[in-house]
Design a binder for this molecule. Structure first.
Ligand code: SF4
Length: 250
């Protein structure tokens, strides 16, 4: 079901077309482009845009080994819908064995250093392998997700990983994401229907109450300003910008 044979509202169609234009420009400019699919709601939109309109972008996901069963089910449903396979990257077995041996099976709960160590081993390591040799990577971040993400640009040089970072959904609202998913009947993680706006590893994600910050269910035992996995390092937010954005850095 392509973008062009579904009755999308005009504003949503324009959003989608603009995102496709950004994706095509990235391919034209950086050639070897990949999309790091986090399997959240934004990812379902981006997967649809890419596989329908810009299929030369390779889509990959990272299986940390600690995902929810519902997330594995989603991977299957996505692949069945499009008749294509996501490339899945895994952590190095030897690194997992060593880390668990030194820190314990749930050692990421013991402190920020341990949690970041687990994310580095299970997420960042496979991510570095996935982007090696690429000209740009695509992300599904939106400005509305946090004060830090509100300051992102559609195309940025990612100093941490040494390639360009393209964010074609930056200006989409959460409502628009879900309108697109429903209009196009896209698959999505069933946990979203149970109070999970943002879904990561099972032991580090929980449901939130209606109206709560969308990312408050991730690493909820930590201070709010540390809750990123390492793929999107937090920006330092000037106080004046925090005020303009309507609250504390999330
Ligand atoms: Fe480890 Fe939790 Fe990070 Fe997953 S989210 S890699 S389980 S610390």
């Amino acid at each position: 079901m392509s973008l062009f044979n579904v009755d999308l509202p005009k504003t949503l169609r324009e959003r989608a077309e603009h995102s496709i234009t950004q994706l095509r420009a990235a391919v034209s400019e950086y050639k070897n482009v990949c999309y790091a699919n986090s399997l959240g709601s934004e990812s379902m939109v981006l997967t649809d845009l890419i596989w329908e309109a810009v299929p030369e972008i390779e889509i990959f996901s990272i299986d940390t080994g600690r995902l929810y069963p519902e997330t594995y089910d989603l991977i299957e449903r996505v692949q069945q819908r499009y008749g294509r396979a996501l490339r899945i990257y895994y952590p190095e077995a030897a690194e997992v064995e060593q880390w668990v041996g030194e820190n314990g099976i749930n050692g990421f709960r013991d402190g920020l250093e341990q949690r970041r160590g687990c994310c580095a081993m299970r997420k960042v390591g496979p991510f570095r392998r996935a982007i090696a040799g690429r000209g740009a990577w695509v992300t599904g971040i939106r400005r509305g997700q946090s004060a830090s993400r509100a300051l992102a640009a559609p195309v940025e040089w990612d100093r941490e990983y040494g390639l360009h970072k393209v964010s074609p959904l930056l200006d989409w609202s959460e409502t628009e994401i879900w309108d697109y998913i429903r209009k196009k009947r896209l698959p999505y993680n069933s946990l979203h229907d149970s109070g999970f706006p943002s879904i990561g590893c099972a032991p580090c994600t929980r449901a939130v109450q209606p109206g709560d910050d969308a990312r408050s269910g991730r690493w909820w035992w930590e201070r709010a300003d540390s809750r990123e996995c390492g793929l999107h390092p937090r920006r330092k937010i000037p106080a004046v910008a925090v005020a303009a954005l309507g609250g504390a850095q999330r």
